[in-house]
Design a binder for this molecule. Structure first.
Ligand code: DC
Length: 229
C-alpha cells in the first residue's frame, strides 16, 4: 500500500539545525527538500548585484517579481539554487547576503512571490520544507510541524564549525551577535514573522546530535503516515 506523501514543515531561528535535519529527513524518506531561506538569499543576492537599497521596498519588490528562482538537487546530492539560470549556491552564503537577507525578506511583495512559489512546489506533498513561516503561513495544514530551537552559544558554535570547514576562522562572539540580530529582525517584522505555530512540536537541539534530531522528526512523520516504520 502506498503511503501518504506528507508535508513536513520545519521552522526555527538561524542555525538551529533546521536545514541539516530537513535535508537528511528528506533523504531518508525519499522526499524533496525545499530550503526557503535559500530563496530569500537568492533574491538578496540579486538586490545587491543590482545596487538596490535592501530597505527600498518598491525597488526590491519590482526586482523580485522579475526573477526566476529554482532549486534543484544534482547528482552530487547537494541542493543547488539558480537565479535566472545561474548557479548561485555558493554566493548566497556570503557574509554580505547574510547581513541583508532579513531586510529583503521583510518586504510583503517579496514574501508574496516566494510563498506562492513554495506552495506550488510543495502542493503534492512528499516534501520537507524549512524556514521561518512554513507552519504558520506557507503550509498551515502541514502534516508534521516542527519548531527547532537551540541556545545562542550552541548555534554560534555550529556556525563557527561550518565556516571552519570552508577555511574561515571567525570569532564566536561576532557570530553570536550576528545570529541574535537576525533573529530579532526576523521575529519582529510585520509580515509573517518567525514564529512557532501553536500546533508545532518544539525540539531543543542544543544537546542533540544530528542523528537524534533526524530520528525525532522521522518518528513524527511515521506516526502521521500511520506506519510503524
Ligand atoms: O534559513 P536561512 O538562515 O538561510 O534564512 C535566511 C533568511 O531568510 C532569514 O534570516 C530570514 C529569511 N527567511 C524568511 O524570512 N522566511 C523563510 N521562510 C526562510 C528564510
Amino acid at each position: 500500500m502506498s503511503r501518504k506523501q506528507l508535508v513536513i514543515a520545519i521552522d526555527g531561528p538561524a542555525a538551529s539545525g533546521k536545514s541539516t535535519t530537513a535535508r537528511l529527513v528528506a533523504q531518508r524518506l525519499g522526499y524533496t527538500y525545499i530550503d526557503t531561506g535559500a530563496m530569500y538569499r537568492a533574491v538578496t543576492l540579486a538586490v545587491l548585484d543590482a545596487g538596490i537599497d535592501p530597505d527600498d521596498s518598491t525597488a526590491v519588490e519590482r526586482l523580485a517579481d522579475d526573477l526566476a528562482i529554482h532549486l534543484e538537487r544534482l547528482e552530487d546530492g547537494a541542493l543547488h539554487v539558480y537565479l535566472n539560470s545561474r548557479d548561485v549556491s555558493g554566493e548566497i552564503r556570503s557574509p554580505g547576503v547574510t547581513r541583508h537577507v532579513s531586510a529583503v525578506s521583510s518586504h510583503a511583495g517579496v514574501r508574496r512571490r516566494l510563498v506562492e512559489l513554495q506552495k506550488r512546489i510543495g502542493e503534492k506533498g512528499g516534501v520537507v520544507i524549512d524556514g521561518r513561516d512554513i507552519g504558520t503561513v506557507v503550509f498551515p495544514d502541514a502534516d508534521v510541524k516542527v519548531f527547532m530551537v537551540a541556545d545562542l552559544n550552541a548555534r554560534a558554535s555550529r556556525r563557527q564549525a561550518e565556516f571552519q570547514t570552508m577555511g574561515d576562522d571567525l570569532p564566536l562572539d561576532g557570530l553570536a551577535s550576528e545570529l541574535a540580530e537576525r533573529d530579532r529582525l526576523d521575529s519582529t517584522r510585520a509580515v509573517s514573522p518567525l514564529a512557532r505555530a501553536l500546533d508545532a512540536v518544539e525540539i531543543d537541539t542544543s544537546g542533540l546530535s544530528i542523528e537524534e534530531q533526524v530520528e525525532i522528526v522521522i518518528g513524527l512523520a511515521e506516526r502521521k503516515s500511520g506506519g510503524g516504520g
